[in-house]
Design a protein around this ligand. Structure first.
Ligand code: ADP
Ligand code: FRU
Length: 296
């Protein structure tokens, strides 16, 4: 069991499931409706907790009524929040999500009225108590200061960075990570194939394992020896809910790295667990049995 810190967001996800994605200006009835905790960093922690790790979240917390839903879910998975910054004003970041039953796509409209977690709050965390630190690639200037500080203070603590979207200056973060977790949208933005993007990024991060998810096509990776690796996806019997598939993939990659797995095995296990997630609503029950390769 490892002790893991993740820096990033928790959200309120307001989810409507519809038969198929509506055209603009249409009025349709939802097939189901739910309100849940979401957010990349905390989604990843909820999965890591079920994989057997001690998990700590560092983010910004607003004391407002919707925070109760987040608190209940974080408590359910024993995610600690002592290093979060609490603010009296503002709104928990909220995602209004339309899930299409026809395609299992999830379309997200996100509203945010909360400061970002900053270096001032990060510097007080006793970083040497962690076996792994994971960052969301957002709020680039402050995240860079956090990653530099961590590398200086605790050079031996492995670091992962999730890069979902292109943000100005984000490439400055790459050299500070041991594991870089990209989504295909980033390669698309750069105008590269995922494989070419991995090669280009490796010039800036020669000591990192670098991976890129490809949705229903699985994932590709480039290890520190320059070997290009691939895992196909593991489609579930029925595609139910892809929301947070990437966050689940990231949790399985971190877990595999902590267990000393090769990048090739890690990719396969992460695709297995992310595939299992796509076959169910939410994250509950995504434990080791769901990515078993008989080699723990
Ligand atoms: P997100 O949109 O949440 O960032 P991705 O679409 O990049 O996530 O997918 C992350 C991983 O989830 C993929 O690498 C794959 O392993 C798995 N995955 C996503 N969609 C499917 C699917 N339709 N069938 C099987 N696995 C999937
Ligand atoms: C899924 C997710 C949702 C959240 C959104 C934030 O990956 O974390 O739970 O609303 O992305 O961007």
């Amino acid at each position: 069991m490892a002790t893991i810190l993740a820096v990033g967001i928790a959200t309120l996800d307001v989810i409507n499931e519809v038969a198929s994605y509506p055209r603009e200006d249409a009025e349709v009835r939802a097939l189901s409706h739910s309100v849940r905790r979401g957010g990349n960093a905390t989604n990843t922690l909820v999965v890591l907790s079920q994989l057997g790790h001690n998990c700590e979240w560092a983010g910004v917390w607003a004391d407002e009524p919707d925070a109760r839903i987040l608190r209940a879910d974080l408590d359910r998975y024993a995610i600690q929040t002592r290093y979060c910054r609490r603010v009296g004003q503002g709104k928990i970041p909220t995602s209004y999500i339309t899930c299409s039953r026809a395609t299992a796509s999830r379309t997200i409209v996100h509203y945010r009225d909360l400061p970002e977690f900053d270096f001032g709050s990060f510097r007080g965390i006793p970083l040497d108590t962690f076996d792994w630190v994971h960052f969301e690639g957002r709020n680039v200037g402050e995240t860079l200061r956090m990653m530099e500080h961590l590398r200086y203070r605790c050079p031996g603590v492995p670091v992962s960075l999730e890069v979902e979207k292109a943000r100005e200056g984000i490439e400055a973060l790459f050299p500070y990570a041991n594991l870089l977790l990209f989504a295909q949208a980033f390669a698309d933005y750069c105008g590269y194939s995922p494989e070419a993007m991995l090669q280009a990024v490796s010039e800036n991060a020669p000591h990192a394992d670098i991976v890129c998810t490809l949705s229903e096509r699985g994932a590709v990776g480039l290890n520190r020896n320059g070997e290009l690796l691939f895992s196909a996806a593991y489609p579930p019997a029925q595609l139910v809910d892809t929301l947070g598939a990437g966050d689940t993939f990231n949790a399985a990659m971190i877990d595999a790295a902590l267990r000393g797995k090769s990048l090739s095995t890690s990719l396969e296990r992460a695709c297995r667990l992310a595939g299992a997630k796509c076959g169910q609503v939410g994250f509950h029950g995504l434990d080791r049995s769901r990515m078993s390769d008989g080699d723990d």
